[in-house]
Ligand binder design. Sequence first.
Ligand SMILES: C[S@@+](CC[C@H](N)C(=O)[O-])C[C@H]1O[C@@H](n2cnc3c(N)ncnc32)[C@H](O)[C@@H]1O
Length: 231
Amino acid sequence: MTTHLQRVYSDIAQRYERVNHMFTLGLDMVWRRLAVSMIRPSNVAGTWLDVCSGTGEMVELLAQSAKPATRLVAADFSSDMIHVAKRKSLSRTVLFTLADAGSLPFKDESFDLITISFATRNLTRTRDQLLHTFQEFNRVLKPGGVFLNLETSQPPQTLIRTGFHLYVNIMVNHLGPLLAGSKSGYSFLSNTVRRFHDAKSLAHLLRVSGFQHVSYRRIMFGIAAIHLAIK
Ligand SMILES: C[S@@+](CC[C@H](N)C(=O)[O-])C[C@H]1O[C@@H](n2cnc3c(N)ncnc32)[C@H](O)[C@@H]1O
């Protein structure tokens, strides 16, 4: 069954990447690169999963930095997003899977690394749902495996936070529909930016979900944050 949310992503799939780069002034690409460098990919081998893989930008960076024997899996619940990703010529073979992040079709302890970028805030509406999703990531991660989360966050300084929310409201809410042709999709994505957790509270949720050694780095005054956690 196709949910409303899957339709939202399918509607914006073709233009998602271009519009996203425009809104973030290209910084999303810089932040993904930074996130991948923080994993120190050469230290983590085995099987890697990028959840909510979208058009494949994150999994391509993983592909570029992984050791040759690493197996790469990408999961997303929008077949249109997967379709866009599959059309690209990626650096190496990636197994694309149509799957919901809250109920992954993988056995316990399957992966050495799980990444998610710019998707966590749209996955869940409540704290309990987010905990459930993090627990699902924890379930399919091997003991000692690494979880990386790159997401927008809440700048600690009120003035910067207010300016950031204003920018998102104008760009994503008002310009998004014009550029990407989906009004409901972009107002949903912009609302979740305002509602999402700050970096400290997200780190707490990761610990409650069963992860250890949770650390985070705020980027650009806290507009985004990269969390790393170990199972
Ligand atoms: C904002 S895009 C981010 C894509 C990509 N990770 C990136 O860095 O650009 C969010 C992606 O998450 C996917 N998604 C949202 N909720 C999902 C869920 N519950 N299960 C699987 N994929 C989901 C959407 O289809 C979309 O491709």
